[in-house]
Design a protein around this ligand. Structure first.
Ligand code: PLP
Length: 386
């Protein structure tokens, strides 16, 4: 009998996407998967329609339509002076950050290489590493403030280390890595000749502290692969448009892999991406302000319902601890509350390499309208202890 590959057998289906299916089954309020239930900006939708009607319907250049790459470079340099990006040599437009990360790993890592991943982690990084033949080395972010133990991080690097994944602002904890933490990671990357794969898709959703791109940390210009996307900043997770900024020699590998994986991202949506990149600073300020109000609403609701929570400094998730509410494990609990009272969340174990570490944790997402979050709050209040 034909069977699936050892690689594919070595990881499970996405728990987050599975919870969305369970939410649909029970007609639950979906605070599992991180996508907005409000509309994308009208100007972006208009730009996409115009591109479709205006004949932008064939393949774009495989590594991205030139006007979009130019717009990405201009926006990056405007927001982060000192970060020099050549749109001709340093950018690959991908099908979301998701493809960006795996194309980058496949383009840069070899089988047997090690890659450091902080845990809890966004669940794609493990499978991305496995599909690239690389071995993930997990380093724990310690509660209550999700801090790094310097000795543990240093101990994870060795002569086989080729990279580290850095996601800041961080999903699922909301941690925003500080300058000092970035400098420590930068020093280790330089010592061990490793590449920083930075997932920066929440760069504009910051409440406390500041987002510092790793590429602007001294010594990291030549060893940072910065991954980003339209999904979260512009509320268009379904468009599947992202990009990777990397030094030209690394970009050449990423572009080749990207070409054979997908050929390219949707051309009319890349055209609309030019409009997105031209958004004024006020757009980003408003985005963070609106998310802060949603965060405060959900954190209060979760605390009122008996969850222990830390308050995220960035991104749009709240990681909770359920030990004051139940002895159930995270999976039993999330399945129960999806059915009754009908709120879907993600079991914490999907963010850890060992199930036990996430057993008492549950993640809630808040890219939702206030009415949705208020309805969820009312339902959560009825959970009670068990
Ligand atoms: N990276 C992180 C940290 C995420 O949280 C998500 C989505 O939730 C993604 C990447 C996926 O991004 P995209 O929609 O651009 O593929």
């Amino acid at each position: 009998m034909p069977s699936i590959s050892r690689k594919a057998s070595s990881f499970a289906e996405s728990v987050i996407r599975d919870m969305t299916r369970i939410a649909l089954q029970h007609d639950a309020i979906n605070l599992a998967q991180g996508f907005p239930d409000f509309e994308a900006p009208q100007a972006l939708k208009d730009a996409a329609c115009e591109a479709l009607q205006g004949g932008v319907n064939q393949y774009a250049i495989t590594w991205g339509a030139r006007p979009f790459r130019e717009a990405i470079a201009a926006k990056t340099q405007r927001r982060h002076p000192g970060w020099v990006v050549d749109p001709e040599r340093d950018i690959t437009v991908t099908c979301g950050a998701t493809e960006g990360m795996i194309a980058a790993m496949l383009g840069i890592l070899d089988p047997g290489d090690e890659i450091v991943v902080f845990e809890p982690f966004y669940e794609n990084y493990g499978p991305d590493a496995v599909l690239s033949g690389a071995v993930p080395r997990y380093v724990t972010l310690h509660e209550p403030d999700w801090s790094i133990d310097q000795a543990e991080l240093r101990g994870a690097f060795n002569r086989r280390t080729r990279g580290i994944v850095l996601n800041s602002p961080h999903n699922p904890t909301g941690k925003v890595f500080s300058r000092a933490e970035l400098e420590l990671i930068a020093a280790l990357c330089q010592k061990w000749d490793a590449v920083a794969f930075t997932d920066e898709i929440y760069e504009h959703i910051v409440y406390t502290g500041e987002h510092h791109p790793m590429a602007t940390t001294p010594g990291m210009e030549d060893r940072t692969v910065a991954i980003n996307s339209l999904s979260k900043t512009y509320s268009v997770t379904g468009w599947r448009v992202g990009w990777v900024i990397a030094p030209a020699d690394l970009t050449s590998g990423i572009r080749k892999v990207h070409d054979f994986l997908t050929v390219g991202a949707a051309a009319p949506l890349q055209a609309a991406g030019v409009t997105a990149m031209a958004s004024p600073d006020a757009y980003y300020d408003a985005l963070a302000t609106e998310y802060r109000a949603r965060r405060d609403l959900l954190v209060t609701a979760l605390r009122d319902a008996g969850f222990r929570t830390s308050v995220p400094d960035g991104a749009y998730y709240v990681m909770t601890d359920i030990r004051d509410l139940t002895d159930e494990d995270d999976i039993t609990f999330t399945r129960r509350i999806a059915a009754q009272p009908g709120v879907a969340a993600v079991p914490g174990s999907s963010f850890y390499s060992s199930r036990e570490q996430g057993r008492s944790k549950v993640r809630f997402a808040f890219p939702k309208r206030h009415t949705t979050l208020q309805a969820a709050a009312e339902r959560l209040r009825t959970i009670g202890k068990r």
